[in-house]
Design a protein around this ligand. Structure first.
Ligand SMILES: [Zn+2]
Length: 231
């Protein structure tokens, strides 16, 4: 059953607008208009997932698998705008849609049978309560749905990490090292995992999660983020 009247009424009062350019959306568009989707700064990491600057970033911090970023991060560009709304403007649907577009891209490029499960870097429960959702999980669920791979939150965050911005690279790495645990209810042995996060800066958080997963017997941890670079 469709509540057409109610939907039309809402659309009249609050027309849905593109999360990037603010133009009114057509019925078939979800959170981004077609023009903005076509202009997303999509990277080529999926074409060389084993040999790129992001792999080099996590090398030495964890056993590196494939490491990819969906979008190129540019200051004041589309990716920054979308990440800002996803994290701070109560727009979880942006994460879902970006994940869904990325899932299609990865499927086309032969990653369909590459992973058994998709896992997101968990938020601290306090932050989760404040925001109401985990933005990385939204991205992961979008990928999972499109690629028909289960999403399972295998990881939990155990300690609050102090703000990272004033710390050195080494301090940051130490700071996150002991923060993640595998949730007790999950069997992880032999799994091939795609670990997702919203952004990658130093790679320390993703590496800490990957190490926790490896210690629990996971066979392979690959990584994908919405955007990489300075944020
Ligand atoms: Zn737009």
């Amino acid at each position: 059953m469709r509540f057409t009247f109610w939907e039309d009424f809402l659309a009249l009062v609050f027309p849905k607008t593109c999360a990037n350019c603010k133009r009114s959306l057509f019925d078939f568009e979800k959170t981004l208009c077609k023009a903005c989707i076509a202009r997303l700064p999509i990277t080529n990491y999926h074409l060389q997932p084993q040999h790129n600057d992001l792999v080099i970033k996590v090398m030495g911090l964890t056993k590196p698998g494939l490491v990819m970023s969906f979008l190129r991060f540019t200051k004041k560009g589309v990716s920054q705008q979308l990440l800002h709304q996803l994290k701070y403007k109560n727009k979880p649907e942006i994460g879902l849609e970006l994940g869904s577009i990325y899932g299609q891209l990865l499927s086309v490029h032969g990653f369909k049978d590459h992973w058994d499960v998709i896992v997101a870097v968990p938020l601290h429960p306090q932050k989760m309560r404040r925001r109401g959702y985990n933005q990385s999980e939204q991205f992961g669920r979008g990928i999972a749905e499109t690629m028909e791979i289960p999403f399972e939150q295998l990881l939990v965050r155990t300690m609050y990490t102090e703000t990272q911005t004033k710390k050195s690279r080494l301090e940051r790495i130490e700071n996150v090292a002991a923060v993640f645990k595998v949730a007790k209810s999950h069997a992880t042995s032999g799994l091939r995992v795609l670990l997702v996060d919203d952004v990658m800066t130093t790679g320390a958080t993703l590496a800490a999660c990957a190490n926790t997963l490896h210690e629990s017997g996971v066979a392979q941890v690959d990584m994908a983020v919405i955007a990489a670079g300075r944020y």
